[in-house]
Design a protein around this ligand. Structure first.
Ligand code: FES
Length: 170
């Protein structure tokens, strides 16, 4: 039976939620013949599309690939490549390795936590920054160091940290 669309019978509005999930369809099409071995590539492609794996996306994948949701969570929590929360536009990696530690990297980290209002692993509410810690960035001669995206910032002091953050805001 066909549905007649007219001004008195407008089409059903498509929810933003449905639009969001529509981006999964090309992924399912790509991997539809790969059977059950396709779970990880599908999760990777979904994360590439959305930046992270939301509950709704994981439930949709579980339903379409016929996996128990518990098994999907088992996979995404086992592999560190998968993210279950959105990341910020900029990812800050504050080094806490030995060379940085002896040069007060803890002060740098405290400044970052206070300026951003998040702890390591957290993302600011405006999705501008995600804060992480790392063991060594490989730039020990510049200790204490942090990376913001692909850029290293060394010989940090609290006032410099705040000034650098200001350059990335907006
Ligand atoms: S310990 Fe921080 S860069 Fe190596």
């Amino acid at each position: 039976m066909s549905v007649v669309v007219s001004p008195s019978n407008p089409p059903e509005p498509v929810s933003p939620h449905a639009l969001e999930l529509a981006a999964l369809e090309p992924i399912f099409e790509t991997y539809q013949n790969a059977a059950r071995g396709s779970l990880i590539p599908v999760l990777q492609a979904a994360q590439e599309t959305y930046g992270y794996l939301s509950t709704t996306v994981l439930e949709t994948i579980a339903s379409r690939l016929n996996f128990p949701i518990s098994q999907i969570y088992g996979v995404v929590t086992f592999y560190s490549q998968f993210r279950l929360a959105p990341r910020g536009k900029h990812v800050i990696r504050a080094c806490q390795g030995t060379a940085c530690h002896v040069r007060d990297s803890s002060l740098v980290l405290e400044t970052l936590k206070s300026a951003l209002g998040v702890t390591p692993g957290g993302t600011t509410a405006d999705l501008q920054f995600t804060l992480e810690t790392v063991a060594c960035i490989g730039a020990c001669s510049l200790a204490p160091v942090m990376m913001i995206d692909n850029e290293a910032h060394g010989r940090l002091r609290p006032d410099r940290v705040r000034a650098i953050l200001d350059k990335y805001r907006g």
